[in-house]
Design a protein around this ligand. Structure first.
Ligand code: ADP
Ligand code: XUL
Length: 560
């Protein structure tokens, strides 16, 4: 309905957020529930319980039920839910929820005992395990080995499921439950991802796992589009795990359920309100911008994440490939680096010394800008490095700091602890080296003639910094420009809201493709062009990629 409203939910580690938009995607309301602040009785720290001895990180599922009630109560103060046409969601990836055999009945009966009963009252005892393993959990080392061994190694597992085995991925997590908590596994009727869990609560029935989110499990065979029989065999009883997982929903843009009577009676939600398939938070983020194939979002948060929409399925143990959450036949490639902003902050602090007020980026920016204005490429002496104050994911190595210098005829690379012109040289050094790694990993996923992205969109904390974006953009060389995106704090909730509009209204009523729908509703105002035209480095950066890769191999051997 053109005059209806739509809700996008983001159930992340620390909070549950809800954005209400109209059919043109204009924000009507925004509300959130912060777990630590609003639900202190759970005593979580930043939304989770961490056991450093076992490396387990868990979240209590009932807390999410309470958060959902609280969010609806907050929104109801200003939102007329009788106009709600559709809801969708984008939730933290990889987490699993273990419904027990009472769940189907209790979900169906939601609201039957009157509005005084809360979701927690009615569903609190429907879990075989009251916890959900969080994506920060690292307790599945042995199960990860089982997964990789089962198919012949990390490369083979990445080929099948889009990723090598990761501690946080749901398949190894479920296998750990089966190994370490057999009674829980036995008592489990259905295993949900966080996204399908939340959709099920809203719909009052089990909702299938979404295909894009399923790619975060190490179980979904991306190309064959089925749960891998070979990997399910790890669970012994193949039928048992198959049944617990249910079907995987490959239609991301359709109504998969109707809102449960509970939300109708308690919050006045329109009884026809559709639940449009929920997905993961990273897939949700790519739905927030009108991306075309070969467009890249580079998120410069605490860590650096690069997301790309592509039609090439080119899996690698170094990154992730997911099915696109809406467009059939398309994929989302994802690079996740641990060392992003924190590593840049370290260089910033070193160049500031005692002279600048701490945390000011002025000197860092001035050094980078002067170098770029002078046409400097790869430092004054062809320098690059690995700036990893934290253990890194890409490549998978321990914390280290390595500086490299090409010799003048560009044939050899020498390694040193410090450059003669450190720490100033580290400024361009870290920016160019970080960008070269992203560029190298993106290229195989792109289908452009020159291997460069079409557009690059910078989001996240450091995207406020024009100079940093310019330095990164200069290496990535998008053919149609780099942009800093304003107002992207709620990207995945907004992506979910957009999917709610598309799936419950616009797809049928307007007959548009997802891309047309989003393009038609987006305004260029929120994209600020990043200064480009720095063609200085075109040839040298191309050569630098090869040197960077060779250096990585030399420094880290099989981790690359
Ligand atoms: P999160 O990963 O927690 O979502 P944000 O996207 O908010 O984080 O990004 C936080 C990071 O952004 C900080 O670590 C900080 O270094 C970086 N940042 C914020 N403003 C700037 C700036 N002006 N220049 C460079 N980096 C910045
Ligand atoms: C992605 C990942 C995180 C979570 C955060 O693989 O683990 O980005 O999705 O919620």
């Amino acid at each position: 309905m053109a005059d209806g409203i739509y809700l996008g939910l983001d159930l992340s580690t620390q909070q549950l957020k809800g954005i209400v938009v109209d059919s043109r995607l204009q924000q009507v309301e925004l509300a959130k529930v912060e777990f630590e602040v609003d639900l202190p009785e759970y005593k979580t720290i930043k939304g989770v319980y961490t056991n450093s001895a076992t490396k387990e990180v868990l979240a209590p599922v009932s807390m999410w039920l309470e958060a959902l009630d609280l969010l609806f109560a907050r929104l109801k103060k200003t939102v007329d839910f009788s106009k709600l046409v559709g809801v969708s969601g984008a939730c933290q990836q990889h987490g699993s929820v273990y419904w027990n055999k009472q769940a189907p009945e209790a979900l169906k009966d939601l609201g039957a005992s009157g509005p005084t009963q809360s979701l927690k009252d009615q569903l609190g005892n429907c879990f075989a395990w009251e916890m959900s393993p969080n994506w920060q959990d690292h307790s599945t080392e042995s199960e990860c080995k089982d997964f990789e061994k089962c198919v012949g190694g990390p490369k083979q597992l990445a080929g099948i499921t889009g990723s090598k085995a990761h501690h946080r991925f749901t398949g190894p997590q479920i296998l750990k439950v089966k190994h370490q908590m057999p009674k829980v596994y036995e008592a489990t009727d259905r295993i949900a991802l966080v996204s399908s869990f939340l959709a099920s609560v809203l719909g009052g029935e089990y909702v299938d796992i979404d295909v894009s989110d399923a790619c975060g499990m190490n179980l979904w065979d991306v190309e064959k589009r089925e749960v891998s029989a070979q990997l399910m065999a790890l669970f012994g009883d193949v039928d048992g795990i198959k049944q617990r997982l249910g079907s995987i929903n490959e239609e991301g843009d359709v109504v998969v359920s109707r809102v449960s009577k509970y939300f109708v009676d308690k919050y006045g939600v329109n009884e026809k309100c559709g639940i449009v398939a929920f997905t993961g938070d990273n897939p949700g983020t790519i739905l927030s911008l009108p991306l075309k194939p070969n467009d890249v979002i580079v998120s410069l948060g605490t860590s650096t994440t690069a997301l790309v929409v592509t039609h090439n399925y080119v899996p690698s143990p170094l990154y992730h490939m997911f099915a696109h959450p809406v467009s059939k036949g398309a994929y989302m490639g994802m690079l996740c680096y641990c060392n992003g902003s924190l590593a840049r902050e370290k260089v910033r602090d070193e160049v500031n010394g005692d002279q600048e007020p701490s945390k000011s980026w002025d000197r860092f920016n001035q050094i980078a800008e002067d170098a770029m204005n002078a046409g400097t490429v790869l430092g004054n002496k062809r320098q690059l490095g690995f700036f990893f104050p934290l253990a890194e994911i890409i490549p998978s190595v321990d914390a280290c700091q390595i500086r490299l210098t090409w010799d003048s005829d560009l044939k050899e690379v020498s390694r040193s602890d410090k450059w003669a012109d450190s720490p100033e040289a580290d400024v361009l050094g870290i920016l160019e080296s970080q960008a070269l790694s992203v560029r190298h990993r993106l290229t195989p996923m792109l289908s452009t003639a020159d291997g460069h992205p079409r557009r690059v969109y910078f989001v996240g904390g450091a995207s406020q910094n024009e100079v940093i974006c310019r330095a990164l953009g200069r290496v990535l060389m998008p053919s149609e420009g780099a942009f800093r995106v304003q107002d992207m704090n709620n990207a995945c909730a907004f992506g979910a809201a957009a999917k709610a509009v598309y799936g419950s209204f616009a797809k049928e009523q307007e007959g548009s493709t997802w891309e047309e729908f989003l393009e038609e509703r987006s305004s260029d105002e929120k994209f600020v062009g990043v200064k480009s035209g720095d063609e200085d480095g075109r040839d040298l950066y191309k050569e630098a990629v090869a040197v960077f890769v060779a250096s990585e191999k030399a420094c880290f051997k099989e981790s690359v």
